[in-house]
Design a protein around this ligand. Structure first.
Ligand SMILES: O=C1C[C@@](O)(C(=O)O)C[C@@H](O)[C@@H]1O
Length: 134
């Protein structure tokens, strides 16, 4: 982040995005952990390690969105609500980006809001988890 195509992904570094997410989590009274890896197995490990101690997942799976079936299984096995986030509007880009193998595992997908997609997802997920009205 910060070095990828600015038009699609914005100019903020990952640290800066994580800082904004952490600030919003603090304001919401939510405990979060931000985790990034370029390796699918590391993401799977992280989800498996979190079993029983996480209430929800906000995930941008990058290109794994389009083919990451191990990640999809791990998200399903996590058994918690998942919100899929994309910085860019994947539905307005190349044909191969429009299909997400994670989408039917997720509660919702947010695409095209840039870094604000993460805070929007966090806020919605925290609200849904903490509110029995759904
Ligand atoms: O790495 C990414 C980023 C992305 O998930 C997004 O945030 O818009 C969209 C994916 O197609 C791409 O491979």
């Amino acid at each position: 982040m910060g070095r990828r195509d600015r038009h699609h992904y914005g100019v903020l570094t990952l640290d800066e995005i994580n800082r904004r997410i952490s600030e919003r989590a603090h304001a919401l009274g939510v405990d979060i952990e931000c985790f990034q890896s370029n390796h699918e197995g590391a993401l799977v490990d992280k989800l498996q390690e979190g079993a029983g101690s996480i209430d929800g997942v906000v995930i941008n799976a990058g290109a794994l969105t389009h083919y990451g079936l191990s990640l999809k299984d791990a998200l399903t096995d996590a058994g918690v609500p998942v919100v899929e986030v994309h910085l860019s509007n994947i539905h307005a880009r190349e044909e191969w980006r429009r299909h997400s193998v994670l989408a039917d595992t997720a509660l919702a997908q947010i695409a095209g809001l840039g870094w604000r997609g993460y805070t929007a997802a966090l806020e919605a997920l925290a609200g849904i988890i903490g509110d029995e009205t759904g």
